[in-house]
Write a protein that binds this ligand. Structure first.
Ligand SMILES: Cc1cc2nc3c(=O)[nH]c(=O)nc-3n(C[C@H](O)[C@H](O)[C@H](O)COP(=O)(O)OP(=O)(O)OC[C@H]3O[C@@H](n4cnc5c(N)ncnc54)[C@H](O)[C@@H]3O)c2cc1C
Length: 485
């Protein structure tokens, strides 16, 4: 193996974004991926039927659509088509009622009765300042001087919706549930300031840039990143798990798309004891347990409006969602967990073939859970779509614990690679001025366990790579990421 300027361990969106940034700066880069295929959380595979493909992890990409990294990388110019459903997400309630977050804010408000004007007052200012809100969330406090309005908008909303006051913000259940379902994306107790922050980010994006899916599946994003890396001389090794950092030949910098647990496993004996202890104190959150299905027809939702949304939240009322999520975070399994469902063919009709379509659904379950989620997820769907069970042609489950076997970054099934507590949303994996640098010379962490945290945005990898370029190679400006002319 030739000596490279930079090694990247792990090819999730952050590892790939790091490698793109380094390769575009003119460095020679090699990537090492444990799995037989690249992508980490960006894999799309045929599971039962060669024509029907399933997103194994991420499916919906509100953050990729607005991330500063992907904006400059320019997914569209590289043939990745982000497609939308009419509604960003739906939230069924009892008696055939459903709350719908249409991409069109006005249409959403029209359906929320007396809460319509309140929903409008909550979301419209965030939409007006969306670029600053996104910059603040994705690049952190350094964005503050020119994002003070966004910070103030977020702070007031987080206080109102991230505390017990959340229960008093709306008059009726549809608006309450609509926001609770987005807050549940934080996968932790509810209400909390962090979950409210997540709800404000994803909630306003639902009415602006939307919650799109890449046509053909999430792997299209990984493929576009990998194509840019190899076009700029990068080399990708798959089926190559790095068990010890010392196994890598010398390089001027090494970027690790791994969780703190993985970092301790591969370099623990080389780390200063105090730093190692801080990594070992990093907390992991509750798990996701998923079912991939092939069904014979569109989901027979009781309320037809639900079928306008590719993403559906199944959790019932705000009180029920708060209860399920809080119990789950305490390690108490419930028969009615919060379920996130994606029906990709709603946004991307070509995902359905001969009326057969893939369905993606995961339940929030306690950390490390070995429970098969199939029955509870099926019942959740059946509750709002009677007859759904009869349409199932094939299914496969991955338990919470199974996700860690699949990808060591999802410790105990925590698909966020670290609990989104207030502390860990501000400082991850440890509290230090540069969260990407480690005490090992030239070694950087770049996974979702670093800021800005979970999701497909590539920003952890990009920011870690910029830091390495600055500190190890003396670069003072960021490389150009847009496609070559
Ligand atoms: C079920 C599920 C649903 C999700 N849904 C969404 C969604 O819809 N939208 C969204 O934005 N996000 C979603 N996410 C979260 C998103 O996928 C992750 O936040 C994101 O993939 C994190 O990227 P990453 O690069 O940090 O790490 P990962 O994507 O986890 O990739 C890490 C890679 O590193 C490899 N690796 C680890 N250790 C080693 C080693 N020692 N040697 C070699 N290789 C190693 C792993 O095999 C893996 O390929 C979901 C995740 C899951 C699991």
């Amino acid at each position: 193996m030739n000596q490279a300027d930079a090694f990247v361990v792990g090819t999730g969106p952050n590892g790939l974004a790091a490698a793109v940034t380094l390769a575009r700066a003119g460095l020679s880069v090699e990537l090492f991926e444990a799995h037989e295929s690249i992508g980490g959380g960006l894999r799309t595979e045929a599971l039962f039927d060669s024509d029907i493909v399933h997103d194994i992890c991420s499916a919906v990409h509100p953050m990729a659509a607005v991330s500063p990294f992907f904006a400059e990388f320019d997914l569209a110019a590289r043939g990745v088509d982000l497609v939308h459903s009419v509604a960003s997400y739906a939230h069924p309630l009892d008696h055939g009622q459903a709350a719908i977050a249409y991409k069109d804010l006005g249409r959403t408000c029209d359906h929320l009765g007396p809460d319509g004007p309140r929903w409008h007052r909550l979301m419209q200012p965030l939409i007006n300042h969306s670029a600053s809100v996104v910059e603040l969330v994705m690049t952190g406090p350094r964005a503050l001087p020119h994002t003070t309005t966004a910070a103030a908008l977020l702070a007031t909303r987080v206080l109102a919706h991230g505390t017990p006051l959340a229960k008093r913000q709306f008059t009726n259940e549809p608006a309450r549930a609509l926001l609770a379902g987005v807050a549940a994306h934080a996968i932790g107790p509810l209400p909390t300031p962090t979950a409210a922050g997540v709800a404000m980010l994803l909630g306003h994006l639902a009415h602006s840039t939307g919650w799109p899916l890449p046509r053909g599946g999430s792997a299209r994003i990984a493929e576009a990143l990998a194509a840019d890396i190899t076009a700029h001389g990068g080399i990708i090794h798959t089926g190559c798990r790095i068990k010890n950092l010392k196994d890598l030949p010398p390089a001027r910098t090494v970027l690790l798309d791994v969780a703190p647990k993985g970092f301790v496993e591969i370099a623990g004996d080389q780390l200063p004891a105090a730093y190692r202890r801080r990594l070992q104190r990093f907390r992991y959150g509750p798990a996701a347990a998923k079912v991939d299905l092939v069904v014979s027809e569109p989901i027979p939702w009781t309320s037809p409006e639900i079928a306008t949304a590719a993403t559906v939240h199944l959790g019932g009322t705000q009180a029920a969602v708060f209860r399920q999520e809080t119990l789950n975070a305490r390690g108490v399994a419930t028969n009615e967990p919060f379920v996130l469902l994606v029906d990709p063919a709603v946004a991307d009709p070509e995902r359905a073939v001969d009326s057969k379509r893939p369905i993606w659904a995961y339940a929030h379950v306690p950390h490390g859970s070995h429970a098969n989620p199939f029955t509870s997820i099926r019942q959740r769907i059946e509750q709002h779509a009677p007859g759904f069970t009869d349409t199932i042609l094939a299914h496969r489950s991955i338990t919470g614990a199974g996700y860690e076997d699949y990808n060591p970054n999802y410790v105990g099934g925590d698909i966020g690679s670290g609990a989104m507590t207030l502390l860990q949303s501000l400082a991850r994996p440890t509290a230090q001025a540069n969260p990407y640098r480690t005490p090992l010379l030239g070694v950087y962490l770049c996974s979702a366990s670093t800021p800005p945290g979970p999701g497909v945005h590539g920003m952890s990898g990009h920011l870690a790579a910029l830091s390495a370029l600055r500190h190890e190679f003396g670069f003072s400006t960021a490389p150009r990421l847009s496609p070559d002319p």
